[in-house]
Each structure stands twice: as C-alpha cells, then as structure tokens.
Design a protein around this ligand. Structure first.
Ligand code: PGA
Length: 257
C-alpha cells in the first residue's frame, strides 16, 4: 500500500487528480465513486479539462453502485449524480459511462451484464473508492465476501442514516442497491482510496492497520498489489504507523515519482 497523508481535503483532491490524470492521458477505463469525498477531485478534474489540460475522450467509466427503486431521473440516483457531478462536464462519450442498471426487470441479469461490460472493456484500470464510516467500499457492507461480484445488497442501517442527508427524509433512502463486489473491485489494476475528515479516522485505521476482515470491507486494499490511499491529517489521525508512511513519501525513489 502507498499511503499518502495530505494537509487537507483540497490537497487530497489535487493528489488524486494528479493520479487520475495519468490514466486519462492513457485513455484508461476508470472506476468512479459517488458520495461526498470524491467531489473535490471531480471538480479539480473538470477544472483541468476546462483549462484545456486534460481530455477524457478516449476513456470509459464504470460506477461502483446504484440504488434500486430510484428512477434514473431522480437527482440522487447515482446515474444522475455521476453525470451531473462529473461526466456531463467532461468530453467523455456518454455511451462510455456505465452505471449498474438497477431499473432492470431482472436485477440478477443486470448484475451479470455489468460484470460482462467491465470484462468487455478490458477490465477497470483504476478504481476510485471512498470509505464508509463502517468500513464499506462501494456498497459492500461489513460481512461482504472478498470474492463477491456485482450483486444486490441490503444497506446497513448506518449507511441509510449517513445517506439520508441527500434525501428529504430517511424513509426516502432506498434500502437495496446493486454494487460491484469486492471481487470485482479487487480485479481493478489500481485502487485509489480517498478519505477526509475525523469521521473516517477509525475506519481508515481498521482498514489499513487492522486485520484483513470481511467485517471491514476496505481492508481489501491490503490484498491488492497496487493500492494508493490518500488521506488528510484528520482521517489519518488513528494510524499508528504514520511516521513511516510520511517517511516513504518524502524519500520516494526517482523512478517512482
Ligand atoms: P462519503 O461516502 O464520501 O459521502 O463519506 C463514502 C462511502 O460511504 O463510501
């Protein structure tokens, strides 16, 4: 794991955008995430695109997850969120932006189709991830199998409460979702996990320095051969080994820069 500690959320976004820009230039397939954490990174990517520095024309994107029971036209469907917050403001072909089809009549088939679409694209080159306060990634709640593929999941009540801020009432938050599995995420070539704020400190400490455990789905990053974790000081505040992570970052060999 490459663990990068940055002063604040804005510096996290700059570092994440630097990493993602390298993939955009290579016309890569990029896995994108919803939630609040990646928004600053998306704004930075859009800024670079609008400044003429970065094109996504040759890229494909796959979202991690989608709510079941929300129409695509609902502003909080992840289909709507990804288009509004990111792809509509870039030059990526909309036909190359994929979100699990949670409006399908046959959800199991929709999950299989999503896995097939990822495979047909040659796999995901880099997968952007946030982390839930309970250690989830995507909507893989505690107890998710490390081998799981895209499937229907039931949200944890804590996640429903967390996400209620996006809806008029907690009762409006869908309880069911389609999400890439941990096995899907694990197959991506590079994992880029972002976390900002004190509320993520315990989850980050458990994921990076606790045991590998299905109870902490984000501990999957410990199994991955190429995982970059970018955190701000607050999210890093529960890490015991942070002196070493900073030392590695400050003494990066030239070939790695
Ligand atoms: P957040 O959500 O970025 O809104 O904190 C992350 C997540 O739950 O995966």
């Amino acid at each position: 794991m490459d663990i990068l500690v940055r002063t604040d959320a804005s510096a996290v976004a700059t570092t994440a955008a630097d990493i993602l820009a390298r993939y955009a230039r290579a016309h890569a397939t990029i896995g994108v995430a919803t939630g609040s954490t990646p928004l600053a990174t998306y704004r930075e990517l859009i800024r670079r695109h609008q400044a003429g520095e970065l094109s996504f024309a040759g890229c494909r994107m796959f979202a991690l997850d989608e709510y079941v029971g929300l129409d695509y036209s609902h502003p909080e469907s992840y289909h709507a969120v990804i288009h509004r917050e990111l792809t509509d403001q870039l030059d990526i072909d909309p036909a190359n932006v994929h979100v699990p089809d949670a409006a399908a009549d046959n959800l199991q088939q929709a999950c299989r189709d999503y896995e097939a679409a990822i495979e047909d694209a040659g796999g995901i080159d880099i997968q952007l991830l946030g982390i839930g306060g309970n250690g989830h990634i995507g909507f893989n709640e505690p107890g998710s199998s490390f081998d799981s593929l895209t499937r229907l999941k039931t949200l944890h009540p804590a996640t429903v409460r967390d996400n209620a801020r996006f809806f008029d009432s907690p009762d409006d938050v869908p309880v069911h979702v389609l999400t890439q599995g941990l096995g899907t995420i694990r197959r991506a070539g590079h994992l880029l996990l972002l976390a900002t704020g004190q509320a993520k400190a315990d989850a980050i400490a458990a994921a990076l320095e606790g045991p590998l455990s299905a109870s902490v789905p984000a501990s999957l990053v410990q199994l991955h051969r190429r995982a970059t974790i970018v955190v701000d000081e607050a999210a890093a505040s529960g890490l015991k080994n942070v002196e070493y992570y900073r030392f590695v970052d400050e003494n990066r060999p030239e070939w790695q820069q």
